[in-house]
Design a binder for this molecule. Structure first.
Ligand code: SF4
Ligand code: SF4
Length: 385
């Protein structure tokens, strides 16, 4: 006998999807052209047609725990070919946006990064934290002693560590809780679809699946299969790699300070410094290309959620490079001010990770790993039978 399923539409959820760029969802007449056109959709679990109907029915729980929404890379191929002018790519992006906010805790912080009226606070709060901790600990020194500009004289490494290490740990905790909830939601979704057996996830097997997924994510292979917006792969890679490179450079300089006893400023010919400068240029170039692409695209929904992160990436690249140029030009007050702005933006970047589009890096990776894990497990059980 066919199992009965009672549809209980969540009208508020439909409205939220529309507000976040999925306003075309009601145009869909379920022809499935999008699922055929999507270069990333699999034969076994095609998307985004089923997500379009689930969205128009307001099936919130079946969408937010659906790993397929994370398999979509918003290339726009489906939207370009939809005969009804619906934009499934934008609907998928809107569902991902709502998903990110679902896993972001505490919910009050989510408003900070998703409401344009809160924008001034995003600069005022980190500035106040840096100044308050700096003055309270006595580590902040705004006096110029007349010698060559050394940023560590004004903002000692100890001050940076006191602020940024706890911040990073807090962000890690938010992601830990978010990943745990996402995995539970995806398991419930796959269980409902008959794709998961409901047994607890085995950490070692999951880790193996994660490792097999990483090369695809790092090389942006999925983006390469897109027809529309092909150039996004290059700009996306520039921005992602430059962030990773700059984080590595920071780690190398910390190692040099504490283990080798060597502190900056370093020569412009230092290989790590050259690497950092090239990464800074790549960050600016990649952000500009992404901004150009977004301005040009008629398919992609343009929201504050998207623009904020692009502007932040560009701001970090520009202030990072200016910090160095102004120091070399020997303008102490301008240099210290620019470095302070750069510190505020860096604080902002770390703090915003779970609450903005940046979170997709984590949740997409986990979702793709979960799909690989379930695939691997079903293959093993097939082999075993
Ligand atoms: S979104 Fe467009 S292409 Fe996809 S099923 Fe609906 S009408 Fe067809
Ligand atoms: S936007 Fe691209 S990846 Fe996403 S569903 Fe459409 S065709 Fe597939």
């Amino acid at each position: 006998m066919t199992e009965k399923y009672l549809v209980d539409p969540d009208l508020k959820f439909i409205k939220t999807i529309k507000q976040n760029g999925g306003d075309s969802l009601k145009k869909c007449f379920q022809c499935a052209t999008c699922s055929v056109a999507c270069p990333l959709s699999s034969d076994k679990q095609p998307f985004p047609r089923k997500e379009m109907i689930a969205a128009s029915w307001g099936l919130k729980d079946h969408l937010l725990g659906n790993p397929d929404i994370w398999q979509c890379h918003n290339c726009g191929d489906c939207s370009a070919l939809c005969p009804r002018g619906a934009k499934p790519g934008d609907v998928m992006a809107a569902i991902r946006h709502i998903s990110i906010l679902r896993y972001a805790r505490p919910a009050i912080f989510e408003r900070l990064w998703n409401d344009p009226r809160m924008l001034p606070l995003l600069f005022i709060l980190p500035a106040l934290v840096i100044l308050a901790v700096g003055f309270a600990t006595g580590l902040l020194n705004l006096q110029n002693d007349g010698g060559p500009i050394v940023y560590a004289h004004f903002f000692p490494v100890a001050l940076i560590e006191i602020i940024y290490i706890p911040l990073t740990l807090l962000v890690g905790l938010v992601f830990f809780a978010g990943i745990r909830d996402l995995l539970a939601d995806m398991q419930a979704n796959y269980l409902w679809r008959g794709l998961d057996n409901g047994k607890p996830i085995k950490p070692v097997e999951f880790l193996k699946a994660l490792i097999t997924t990483l090369p695809t994510i790092i090389t942006h292979n999925k983006l390469a299969s897109c027809g529309e917006n092909q150039q996004r792969k290059f700009s996306h890679m520039l921005v992602s790699f430059s962030f990773v490179n700059l984080a590595m450079v920071a780690g190398i300089f910390v190692f040099a300070l504490y283990v080798l006893g060597s502190h900056g400023p370093y020569s412009q010919l230092n290989p790590v410094k050259i690497f950092a400068n090239l990464s800074g240029i790549a960050l600016i170039l990649g952000s500009l290309l992404l901004i150009k692409n977004r301005l040009k695209s008629t398919d992609a929904h343009n929201s504050y959620f998207d623009w904020y992160i692009l502007a932040l990436a560009l701001g970090l690249g520009v202030t990072g490079m200016l910090t160095q140029f102004i120091r070399l030009a020997d303008w102490p007050m301008a240099a210290v001010s620019m470095y302070f702005i750069h510190l505020v933006l860096t604080f902002n970047l770390i703090a915003c990770l779970p609450y903005t589009k940046m979170a997709h890096l984590v949740y997409r990776t986990v979702a793709l790993a979960y799909v690989a894990y379930v695939d691997g497990r079903s293959q093993t059980s097939e082999v075993g039978t």
